[in-house]
Design a binder for this molecule. Sequence first.
Ligand SMILES: NC(=O)c1ccc[n+]([C@@H]2O[C@H](COP(=O)([O-])OP(=O)(O)OC[C@H]3O[C@@H](n4cnc5c(N)ncnc54)[C@H](O)[C@@H]3O)[C@@H](O)[C@H]2O)c1
Length: 248
Amino acid sequence: MQKLLENRVAVVTGAGRGIGEAIARRLAGEGAILAVCDVMLDNAQQVATSLTKSGTKAGAYAVNVTDSKQVTEVCDKIVADFGRVDILVNNAGITRDGLLLRMSDEDWDAVLGVNLKGAFLFTRTLSRTMLKQRSGVIVNIASIVGMVGNAGQANYSASKAGLIGFTKTVAKELASRGIRSNAVAPGFIQTPMTDKLSPEAKKMQMDFIALKRLGLPEDVANVVLFLASDLSSYVTGQVIAVDGGLVM
Ligand SMILES: NC(=O)c1ccc[n+]([C@@H]2O[C@H](COP(=O)([O-])OP(=O)(O)OC[C@H]3O[C@@H](n4cnc5c(N)ncnc54)[C@H](O)[C@@H]3O)[C@@H](O)[C@H]2O)c1
C-alpha cells in the first residue's frame, strides 16, 4: 500500500527527544525522509541512527533555532543533502516558568527566542525552498496555553499565542503558492518537559482532562501526520488542540 509521505523530505526541530522524536518517527513510518534537528546533537544522532536502522533515510543536524546564521547554514545543508523540503515541523520549545512579577528579562527572552523566533527563522528560510517547489507544509507545535493562558507561564503563553498568529499569517501569505501552515496545540503530554512538574500539579491537570489520561507524544504525532499529509489538503491556518478535551 502507498504510504502517506513516500519520499517527502521532513524537517523536524527539537526532534532529539519527546514530542519531536515521536513526530520524526511517525512521519518516517509513513515513508518520509527525515532531517532530525536539535541543539543536543547526541540525541539527534541517536534518533537519526535508529531511523536509519529501520530503513528510513535520515540525517542528524545540530542547530540552535534562535541563531539566524546556524539556521541558514543547517537549512542549506539539508536542501543540499536531500534536494528539497516538503514538510517543516517547528517543534523545538522550552519553558522557564515563573510568576510575572518575578520573571527575569533572561527568562522572557529565552522562551520567546526558542519558541517564537526559532519558528520564524526556520519558516523564513525553508519557505524559500518551498516557494520554488510551489508546494510545502508547515506545522507549528503551539500549546493550549497559547489559547487560554496559564498562571506562571507569561513568557511561554505569549510565545505560543504568538506562534498561533504567525501560523495564520504564514497561511494567508503563502496559500496561493501551494504552501499550507497549521498549528497543533497540545495539552498535557508526558515528556521530559512535563516530568519535572509536581505530582500535585499533574493531579490538578488530570481533574480537568475530559478523557482522564495524560497525552502521549504519539497522540500529537498522529495529528501532525494528518496536517503534514495530503489528507489535510484543504486545511490551512488552523489550530488543532490535542488535549484530551481539556479546552473546549
Ligand atoms: N509536553 C507537553 O505537555 C507540551 C504541551 C504543549 C506544548 N508542548 C510543546 O511541544 C514541543 C516539544 O515539547 P516536549 O515536551 O517534547 O519538550 P522536550 O523538552 O522533551 O523536547 C524539546 C526538544 O527541543 C530541543 N531544543 C530546545 N531548545 C532548542 C534550541 N534552541 N534549538 C534547537 N532545539 C532545541 C531540546 O533539546 C529537546 O530535544 C515544545 O514546543 C513544547 O512547547 C509540549
